[in-house]
Design a protein around this ligand. Sequence first.
Ligand code: KIV
Ligand code: ZN
Length: 383
Amino acid sequence: MAKELVKIFDTTLRDGEQVPGCKLNTSQKLVIAKRLDELGVDVIEAGFPVSSPGDFKSVVEISKIVKNATVCGLSRAVENDIKIAAEALQFAKYPRIHTGIGTSDSHITHKFNSSRDKIIEIGFNAVKYAKSFVKDVEFYAEDAGRTDNEFLAKVCEKMIEAGATVLNIPDTTGYCLPDEYGKKIKYLVDNVKNIEKATISCHCHNDLGLATANSIAGIVNGARQIECTINGIGERAGNTSLEEVVMIMRQHPNLNLDTNINSKLLFDTSNLVSEGMGMPVQPNKAIVGANAFAHSSGIHQDGVIKNRETYEIINPLDVGVNESAIILTARSGRAALAYKAKKIGYNLSKDELDIVYPEFLKFADINKEVSDNDIPTIIKNSI
Ligand code: KIV
Ligand code: ZN
């Protein structure tokens, strides 16, 4: 059975770039946008055009160079924001305006001092206005994670009536549990009368470390777009990480879902974004962290040397990493030492290994890691 496609909406250049210290200039953004297009993302959220002249210019220039992806500009449900977003997107082959408003009672009361009915009216008018510029309009119900489901369904129905093509259901504060977020999406699938006219999108934040799990719960329950960033960067604890959701779908064929992403470019893209933004990737980051395919304990190394799949569920080549790494430390066993020594030209017999291994351990206890350069010295000093 053919797999259903989940669209990847990349917001590295918008939600990702909101991170303090991650600001990019237009030429840096162009390099990343080009790469995202090559990577195969379906939508690039290029910025928030009304927010600054620099962001406006970036959206204009990105619109000119992107060949395949839809280019999206964020706006509040405010006429001027929408007009400026439309202007910034004028050169895009496939333009999308992303507009919306807070729908949780907390946002309605504290941010807008408004009422539920008024919020629907503002959202409806914003979508209609955006539709006067472009065909493709996405509506975000900010703080949908904490919005009452019955009200959220009403909001969605009205926004589809106004012409929204995509309904973004953000867990803005990263509050939801996966089961709760999945049920929210299912509720919308089951209760929004005109839901077949729009795509439901997941936009999850990582405040409790659940952004990826929540996005997956969303697609399992009927959402068909995920909003995410390279390396999971984004406001506060970040957004859903693109590489994680893509590889979850690839590694779990039973989900019967896939994306258009060329996963072999993931590692390189992660480095490009990390270097451009000056935002290091934590070594234990899933998929793209420096240790994601590194093995340092003897038990694991012995298994991986015999068969990679004993301790690796992803082939590193599939994400653009050349090979798994065996790191020699004081926790490494004989098999790893013999393997690494052989790689640099020392074919140690069992007797030789018996002599070299204790020396290796002494060295490793003093030095955190044993490099390829250290091995010849250890061998010479022991035999
Ligand atoms: O997290 C959020 O709610 C957002 C919206 C602006 C889409 O980023
Ligand atoms: Zn967000």
